[in-house]
Every structure is written in structure tokens, then in C-alpha cells.
Design a protein around this ligand. Structure first.
Ligand code: ZN
Length: 193
């Protein structure tokens, strides 16, 4: 397991739709291990493969690692697809490891049905509610090249403009290594306690 750099939201890899995973090989298993390690170290609860520069349709989620109230296991989803969304919408604050130090309120459907493949190439179908549903939707958005600030109301988007401009230039502090939009590596300027 290794911590690998997270890509800044303005890097082109995060604006492209990812390709479906066709082979589950040792390289993919290692990538999944590294993604879990990277997400845990950066204190995230979800991470999509293109956030570590790999344009493939897979994501990892581990809400319980930092949230004692949540009892669910870590989840890996390969080629996930949302099959249905509930009409009920709710608001909740989101953050993103590719958009350091930005949190904002996003409206999303409350319940979703998702299908995906696991590491044994078995198809799985689940219903997800509340936070799990939200994290899955946020990560599947990444796989489709969509960032959470694109889903904000026009007013909230305007209020974030200056902060996002700084992120684009790499003018922020993060506790984990990041790849800037021009491909340069930015190492942490602040140590985690
Ligand atoms: Zn994100």
C-alpha cells in the first residue's frame, strides 16, 4: 500500500469521462489498495480513480473509517451505474480531496439504486440512502468528469470564484501530495498532527 498524489480539480484528467474497466489484474488490485491508503491518509471518505490520475471507472468509499456512527464496510465499485434516483432531494455540505479546503452545500437525490462490479467480477446491486448515496453520487460524478462545484446554485458558485482561482494556481495548503493542473507535484506544506 502506498499514498499516491491526488490530482487538483483543474487538471484535465478530472474533466474527462473515464473508460470502463475491462480487466481485473494485479495492477488494478494494487491501484485499489493505494486508493484506499491515499483516501485514509488524506481523511477522505470517497475517492475516484481519476482523482489519482487513472482514467478508469472505479471508486472507493470508506465512510466508517472516520465516522463512528456509520457501520458500513469499505466499498469498491467497478464500472458503477446509477439505475434510479429518488424524487426526494436533500441538501448537505460536501468537500473533495481534489478541491482542498472548500466545502459547500449541494442538492442531490436522497436514495439511489446502483449497480457495479466487485473485485471478483460479480455484479452487485444496492440501494443507498443519505450519506452513502451522496458519496456514491459525488464519486460517480467524478467518473463522468463532473466536479461538485458545478452542481452549486449560481450564487454559491459566484461566491467560490476567488477560492477556486487560487486552487487552480496551487495557492492552498493540503496535508497530502497533489498534482497541479500543469502536472507539477505539490508536496504538503502543513503536517498533520
Ligand atoms: Zn471529489
Amino acid at each position: 500500500m502506498a499514498v499516491i498524489p491526488v490530482y487538483n480539480c483543474f487538471h484535465p484528467v478530472l474533466k474527462q469521462k473515464t473508460e470502463p474497466v475491462e480487466n481485473i489484474d494485479d495492477e488494478l488490485v494494487k491501484l485499489v489498495d493505494d486508493m484506499f491508503d491515499t483516501m485514509h491518509k488524506a481523511e477522505g471518505i470517497g475517492l475516484a480513480a481519476n482523482q489519482v490520475g487513472v482514467s478508469k471507472s472505479l471508486l472507493v468509499i470508506d465512510i466508517g473509517y472516520y465516522n463512528e456512527k456509520y457501520k458500513g464496510p469499505p466499498i469498491l465499485m467497478i464500472n458503477p451505474v446509477v439505475k434510479s434516483f429518488s424524487d426526494e432531494i436533500y441538501e448537505y455540505e460536501e468537500g473533495c480531496l481534489s478541491i482542498p479546503n472548500v466545502r459547500d452545500v449541494v442538492e442531490r437525490p436522497k436514495i439511489i439504486q446502483v449497480s457495479y462490479y466487485d473485485l471478483n467480477q460479480k455484479e452487485r446491486n444496492i440501494e443507498a440512502d443519505n450519506l452513502l448515496s451522496r458519496v456514491i453520487q459525488h464519486e460517480i460524478d467524478h467518473l463522468n468528469g463532473i466536479l461538485f462545484f458545478e452542481r452549486l446554485t449560481p450564487l454559491r458558485k459566484t461566491l467560490l470564484k476567488n477560492k477556486l482561482r487560487k486552487i487552480e494556481k496551487g495557492q492552498y495548503e493540503a496535508d497530502y501530495p497533489m498534482i497541479l493542473p500543469d502536472g507539477k507535484l505539490l508536496n504538503p506544506t502543513r503536517k498533520t498532527v
